[in-house]
Ligand binder design. Structure first.
Ligand code: ARG
Length: 460
């Protein structure tokens, strides 16, 4: 018999049970469902809505049930539709009729909203811990490569010399913002919907604040209709995770490029790469590719829930049951991607010589050569023109600015002197960029300090 079977004259079709049921995926909310029910029942007892004895009997029964579920002793039943009704039915089997008082002054609509918020809060804390450890790894690697010169790119064309540390710290900044977005998602999740009832609260004298306080929420959902129909907190998290995946995906893309034979800037550790079943020479960056690939499903989850929500009239509609798989999938995906990505990064080998060679080859010091002329009194536009001619000369003669003899320089403009070689050395190019945010050791050192200070503010 269904918990809502009173109004029905016949059994539901099996297909209906299967179609309607969410237990196969919302069973993972069992702990949060029970914790939420315990807080609710405590409050019912304190408010005299049920007797204290009844409240104690229900709470004891719920605690025992939680233990048995954790011990793997419980099987859920599809006929009971979802986790909320499964728990209530199991409790009734165990402690008898008093269990039926648990749902007084509550609806599954506010119950499910509560469970998902409790669940999301816990998961956000775990995600933050994973993200923090990735940020630490990025910072460690950047610190080790403070002076490792590499070409910086625009349009995937070599542009100006930078250091690997400088490049990595760009990712640190993206991840730092992701961390803050997780905090934002947490804050929006941290309101208690319980007491909203089906949509219009109830006539029992519920103490919503007491329940919110017992469950460590920062407050209650102020409007009961919003309390049961709001899934913004899920979308905030899905958006945050999408952005985080976008960052991991860009990073992955670079790792894939850098580990190619053509770049050969890095070598992935054997433990975090794979071989080919036919080509014996291959070492493939599968992890980075999978992270890049999984970005699609995380974006999809965001679009999927946005679309589910877009036409829903207030308040609860069963469409909203679709929130959970999307949310779970994105959370699960990030919980897989973050730690393995971190390990892959922590163990990769940097081929400093190849990075340096690439930075030397592609006229990455051309801007600095123009700046040299500006320092000698030329206007930047004229200097740009002169260096452009020199680059063209180098391209036709297959040489580089560093290797060009002084008389060639002087044949294009008499102002060039011997000191041009020092001015365009890669080291000068990098170390001369002392502007805040730049690649010089001094600017980068300042950024490291700020990054460390940020990590110290991250809990756990
Ligand atoms: N399984 C449902 C969900 O996930 C629980 C709420 C059901 N409420 C209802 N009135 N049918 O949304």
């Amino acid at each position: 018999m269904k918990l809502w079977g009173g109004r029905f004259a016949k059994e539901t079709d099996q297909l209906t049970d299967h179609f309607n049921s969410s237990i196969s995926f919302d069973m993972r909310l069992y702990k949060h469902d029970i914790i939420g029910s315990i807080a609710h029942v405590h409050m019912l007892g304190k408010q005299g809505i049920i007797t204290l004895e009844e409240s104690i009997a229900i709470v004891n029964g719920l605690e025992a049930l939680l233990k048995d579920i954790e011990a793997g002793l419980i099987e859920f039943n599809e006929k009971m539709e979802d986790i909320h009704m499964n728990i209530e039915a199991l409790l009734t089997e165990r402690i008898g009729a008093v269990a039926k008082k648990m749902h007084t002054g509550r609806s599954r609509n506010d119950q499910v909203a509560l469970d998902v918020r409790l669940y999301a809060r816990d998961e956000i804390l775990e995600l933050k811990a994973f993200l923090k450890s990735l940020m630490e790894t990025v910072l460690d690697l950047a610190t080790a490569h403070k002076n490792t010169i590499m070409p910086g790119y625009t349009h995937l064309q070599r542009a100006q010399p930078i250091t690997f540390g400088h490049h990595l710290m760009a990712y640190f900044e993206m991840l730092r913002r992701d961390y803050k977005r997780l905090d934002f998602a947490y804050d929006n999740t941290n309101y208690c919907p319980l007491g909203s009832g089906a949509l219009a609260t109830t006539t029992y004298p519920l103490d919503r604040e007491a329940v919110a306080c017992e469950l460590n929420f920062s407050g209650i959902c102020e409007n009961s209709i919003d309390g049961v129909s709001d899934r913004d907190f899920c979308l905030d998290l899905l958006y945050t995770l999408s952005t985080l995946m976008m960052h991991l995906s860009r990073f992955s893309e670079e790792i894939i490029l850098w580990s190619s034979h053509e770049f050969h800037f890095i070598e992935l550790d054997d433990a975090y790469s794979t071989g080919s079943s036919i080509m014996p020479q291959k070492k493939n960056p599968d992890i980075a590719e999978l992270v890049r690939g999984k970005t699609g499903r995380v974006y999809g989850n965001l679009m999927s829930l946005l679309t589910t929500m877009k036409g829903l009239p207030l308040a609860y509609n069963k469409d909203m049951q679709e929130d959970k798989e999307r949310l779970f999938d994105s959370i699960d995906t990030l919980k897989m991607c973050l730690p393995i990505f971190t390990r892959m990064l922590a163990t990769l080998k940097v081929c400093e010589k190849n990075m340096y060679k690439a930075a030397s080859g592609g006229f990455t010091n051309a801007t600095d050569a123009a700046d040299y002329l500006v320092k000698k009194g030329l206007a930047f536009r004229d200097a740009h023109e002169v260096i452009g001619k020199l680059v063209l000369h180098c391209v036709t003669h297959e040489t580089s600015l560093e290797e060009l003899p002084l008389d060639v320089y002087q044949s294009i403009h008499p102002i060039f002197e011997e000191d041009v070689y020092e001015a365009i050395s890669l080291n000068t190019c990098v170390q001369g960029r002392m502007v805040k945010g730049g690649p010089s050791a001094s600017a980068l050192g300042e950024h490291f300090e700020k990054a460390k200070a940020f990590l110290n503010t991250c809990e756990n």
